[in-house]
Design a protein around this ligand. Structure first.
Ligand code: PCA
Length: 141
C-alpha cells in the first residue's frame, strides 16, 4: 500500500512541534496537520496524553484527536521512537489508522499523491498502558 510505504506518523502529544520530545523526530519532514476520526479521544495523566478509543456517550467535542503528520526518515528512527514510547513495555502500540481530516502543509508539493483534505493512512501510538492516574482530556493536547 502506497501510504504505508511512505512511513507517515501521526503525532498528537509530546512529539508535536514545540513539545518537549519533538527532537526525537530528528529531520523527519512535517507534512501537515490532521485529525483522527471521531472514534478516538485522549486521556492524560498531566504529563503526556494517551490516544484511546472513545467510549460510547463521549461528548462529541472530546472526539477526533488533532495532531501533526511527519514522514519518518531515516527508517532507523522507528526503533528510537518505539523505545521512547515504551512499546516493548506495553505503554503504547504503534498502529496504522485513518485520519478523518488531513491538511497538507503549503510547502508540500501539489504533485504528491496525497491530495489536501483526502483521508490518509498513518501510523500512530495507541495507548495500551494502565489508566491509573489518567482522566479524559479531550481532542487536543
Ligand atoms: N507522544 C506520542 C504519543 C503520545 C506522546 O506523548 C505523540 O506525540 O504522538
Amino acid at each position: 500500500m502506497a501510504s504505508a510505504q511512505r512511513s507517515l506518523l501521526f503525532v498528537y502529544g509530546t512529539l508535536k512541534r514545540g513539545k518537549h520530545s519533538h527532537r526525537y523526530l530528528g529531520g523527519s519532514r512535517f507534512i501537515g496537520v490532521g485529525r483522527t476520526g471521531p472514534e478516538w479521544t485522549l486521556l492524560s495523566n498531566g504529563c503526556f496524553p494517551a490516544l484511546t478509543h472513545a467510549p460510547e456517550g463521549m461528548k462529541p467535542d472530546f472526539c477526533g484527536v488533532m495532531g501533526e503528520v511527519f514522514e519518518i526518515a531515516p527508517q532507523s528512527l522507528w526503533a528510537i521512537l518505539d523505545d521512547y514510547e515504551a512499546v516493548s513495555d506495553g505503554l503504547y502500540r504503534r498502529e496504522e489508522i485513518s485520519l478523518g481530516q488531513f491538511e497538507k502543509d503549503s510547502a508540500f508539493p501539489e504533485t504528491n499523491d496525497q491530495a489536501t483534505q483526502k483521508p490518509i493512512r498513518v501510523q500512530t501510538y495507541v495507548f495500551t498502558g494502565s489508566r491509573i492516574g489518567f482522566s479524559w482530556h479531550g481532542s487536543c493536547w
